[in-house]
Design a protein around this ligand. Structure first.
Ligand SMILES: Nc1ncnc2c1ncn2[C@@H]1O[C@H](COP(=O)(O)OP(=O)(O)OP(=O)(O)O)[C@@H](O)[C@H]1O
Ligand SMILES: [Mg+2]
Length: 311
């Protein structure tokens, strides 16, 4: 939803990230409401592992959210480019993410769209959760009729099936991302991932990376259980178990890839002390369209053969 740019707040004299979305009369009111909800919910959360929202506004039929500008790279890039990081460092970033989620959940806010592009490594060693755009208060009466919103390859089974989601659904989604971040492999890889998430067993960690300790494998088995009651109930509990297991991890001797500095157009000039971009020269932070599928219930059911005429 929207595009993210680097921009300059000329009043407070600082660089910010700005997420913009057209809001003219033809834009679906529900999408517009979601955009506003993202900023409002995000603004309620103050945590070192959640991106800070500064401002929300609308100008010339464009809504915007100004937020803390992160410097580093998102997890999608780490996975896609097979960036090398020591396993213990990855586990530390994963544990921080769990703490951020635990904070949001304690405020009754669930994310609903955890995926690699919504997690970030800021400043080399700080995990940040982005985009509470699909978050919803569990008690909210905002209904998203007929639609499952989120990225199906990272959804919990109950979310794919259009059932009620809660904090445990977030922890399931996050654990898919954690598994992929740690090993490079999606635990439910296959021809149609959502069906495997609903029906299939996750890949065992030991099959993907035999160097990782069994204790870590056991954590993923629990985190990726189908019944929410069998999973971790709290992000802080998952973080503690992960950090305990990390003590048994022996890092391979690999050259570590430092996060590439921001490499958008004009970055070189800025690195040499050149002018910062003004809002009119906003530089996209998301030059590539990342995976941001939304799936309707009908699509999901048809794909899984739950609709008439299939299977
Ligand atoms: N505050 C920020 N600071 C720096 N980079 C950011 C910030 N917010 C987002 N980005 C970058 O922009 C990328 C794209 O974000 P965006 O939310 O537009 O797309 P997405 O996550 O792929 O899809 P969706 O719109 O479904 O969330 C992020 O993955 C991240 O790399
Ligand atoms: Mg995003």
């Amino acid at each position: 939803m929207g595009t993210v740019h680097r921009a300059r707040d000329t009043v407070l004299d600082r660089d910010v990230a700005i997420k913009v979305m057209r809001t003219g009369p033809r834009v679906d009111e529900e999408i517009r409401n979601r955009f506003y909800r993202e900023a409002r919910l995000g603004a309620r959360l103050q945590h070192p592992n959640i991106v800070t929202v500064y401002d929300l506004g609308e100008c010339d039929e464009t809504a915007y959210i100004a937020m803390e500008l992160l410097e580093g790279l998102d997890w999608r890039l780490v996975i896609k480019e097979k960036r090398r990081l020591p396993a213990t460092k990855k586990i530390e970033l994963i544990a921080q993410t769990c703490q951020g989620l635990s904070h949001a959940h304690r405020h009754s806010i669930i994310h609903r769209d955890l995926k690699p592009s919504n997690l970030y490594i800021h400043g080399g060693d700080q995990a940040k959760i982005l985009d509470f755009g699909l978050a919803r208060m569990p008690t909210s009466n905002l209904t998203l009729t007929g639609k499952i919103l989120g990225t199906p390859n990272y959804m919990a089974p109950e979310q794919i099936l259009g059932r009620r989601c809660d904090a445990r659904s977030d922890l399931f989604s996050a654990s898919i991302v954690f598994f992929e971040f740690l090993t490079g492999a999606h635990p439910f890889a296959g021809p149609f991932v959502p069906r495997r998430i609903v029906d299939g067993e996750p890949e065992l960690l030991v099959n993907v990376d035999p160097m990782l300790p069994d204790s870590l494998g056991a954590i993923f088995e629990k985190a990726l259980s189908k019944p929410p009651d069998s999973r971790y109930q709290d992000g802080a509990e998952l973080a503690n178990d992960l950090l305990e297991a990390a003590k048994e991890v022996i890092d391979e001797e690999v050259a570590v890839d430092e996060p590439a500095p921001f490499a958008g157009p004009g970055s070189q000039e800025r690195a040499q002390g050149g002018p910062a971009p003004s809002p009119s020269q906003q530089i996209p932070l998301s030059p590539e369209a990342a995976e941001s599928e939304t799936l309707t219930t009908v699509d999901a059911e048809r794909e899984m053969g739950l609709r008439e005429g299939r299977d």
